[in-house]
Unconditional design. Structure first.
Length: 425
């Protein structure tokens, strides 16, 4: 069996999760960062990360990190960390295609005593039920005899410069007690916050998927309360501030629930629950409610426009922000698109402005072409959809100037005080 000194690391998938991890390991020992996207590899070789998770200086500091899109460059490695995405399909079912393809590719170069550690979010059991058979088939090696696996769920929060990969406690697990110890030791080389060694791979998988499921259900409750309070003419934020004076009140806020974690991970758990014959009612109810918030926001805007006698059909609406969260360029699973689609169903002309995102990515993924800058005195409605710092710095008066003399401002993110907008969630 390998020892800590024998470990030669490769990180498979250099997105928001894989790159920061590869950079940290690359500060201490030789690491190969692998991605099938050759454009991504060229970008990183030039010393730039368009996701902004890693600065140019940090890339430079990772002196022992090399990048490649050639599988042959991984043959000398023996500790493979897989950080590929695990999305859902159009039917809200887990799409394990990237994970399966990564396992098949690694299986083709797997050697005696190699270790494959998965970080991608999956349902409990997926590593051993889905990934291991692919590794065995491609490598012709036997699991837990010739090669081993581990699991250490990612906890990256895109755009968060305070909670980084090194200072977030890491859960680890291995397919045997000895491998669990070794996997834990490897991560402790870079994780200053420490690690928690889970009892099994399934426990680690389950821990990851419920972290975001718990948040999803809690946000769904607050979203439902916001809908109720809106119908009662009560300001939701005022209620939450008052309730928040109690020491054990949880500080959740209403809003759109997108991104690659909270809006996706619960479906992995519900998929597995249904597969074993249990219908997870609370989790699915929370998902339905949160997935419906984009439509609700659009409807609230339209109703307020009608009350103000603003012509809805043919109206022009500005949506400020398109990424799934503030101060981040990540547009994966953004729920702002739901607002836009609903507004377009009313034959409303929608402009999208977001200084953080890559316009070509928005066009490719969502057929949205963001504008370079909003027009003054032009819009019948303005929606503050994402709380980017640039919008905070603009101030309510500047944002109001984008609207016509008669318009509706919807402050979805509570960026400004109640009197500065016409509607808040």
């Amino acid at each position: 069996m390998l020892t800590l000194n024998d470990i030669k690391i490769a990180v498979i998938g250099l997105g928001y999760v894989g790159l920061p991890l590869a950079v940290e390991f690359g500060k201490h020992r030789p690491v190969v960062g692998f991605d099938i996207n050759t454009q991504r590899i060229d970008e990183l070789k030039s010393g730039t990360d368009h996701t902004l998770e890693v600065s140019d200086d940090e890339l430079e500091q990772a002196a022992q990190l090399s990048f490649s899109s050639d599988l042959a460059d991984l043959k000398d490695c023996n500790f493979f960390i897989v950080t590929v995405p695990t999305p859902i399909d159009d039917f809200k079912q887990p799409d394990l295609t990237p994970l399966i393809k990564a396992s098949q590719a690694l299986g083709s170069i797997l050697k005696q005593d190699d270790i494959v550690v998965y970080e991608s979010t999956v349902y409990p059991g997926a590593t051993e039920e889905v990934c291991v058979p692919e590794l065995e088939k491609a490598s012709h090696l036997k699991f837990n005899t010739d090669f081993y696996v581990g699991y250490s769920p990612e906890r990256i929060n895109p755009g968060d410069k305070e909670h980084r990969v090194t200072n977030i406690l890491k859960v680890t697990a291995g397919s045997t007690p000895e491998i669990a110890n070794l996997v834990d030791d490897v991560y402790n080389l870079v994780i200053t916050a420490g690690t928690h060694k889970a009892a099994s791979i399934k426990v680690a998988e389950a821990a990851k998927v419920i972290e975001n499921t718990q948040r999803d259900v809690n946000i769904a409750l607050i979203n439902e309360l916001a809908v109720i309070f809106n119908k009662m003419g009560i300001d939701t934020e005022a209620v939450l501030k008052a309730a928040g004076t109690k020491w054990n009140f949880l500080p959740f806020r209403p809003g759109l629930v997108g991104g690659h974690c909270i809006g996706v991970d619960p479906y992995y758990l519900t998929h597995k629950a249904q597969a074993i014959g249990y219908n997870p009612e609370i989790i699915l109810a929370g998902r339905r409610l949160n997935d419906g918030m984009g439509e609700y926001v659009a409807t609230q805007l339209v109703k307020t426009m009608i009350k103000k006698r603003i012509q809805v059909e043919g109206a022009k609406v500005l949506v400020l922000g398109f990424s799934f969260k503030e101060n981040c360029p990540d547009v994966r699973n953004t729920k702002v698109i739901d607002i836009i689609k609903e507004l377009r169903d009313y034959n409303i002309d929608v402009d999208v402005y977001d200084p953080w995102i890559d316009a070509s990515e928005a066009e490719h993924e969502y057929q949205i072409m963001p504008i370079d800058a909003p027009k003054s005195n032009y819009y019948d409605g303005v929606i503050l959809a994402v709380a980017h710092q640039q919008f905070v710095d603009m101030g309510a008066d500047t944002i109001r100037d984008f609207g016509k003399d008669q318009h509706v401002l919807y402050d979805l993110k509570y960026l400004f005080d109640k009197n500065s907008s016409d509607i808040r969630l």
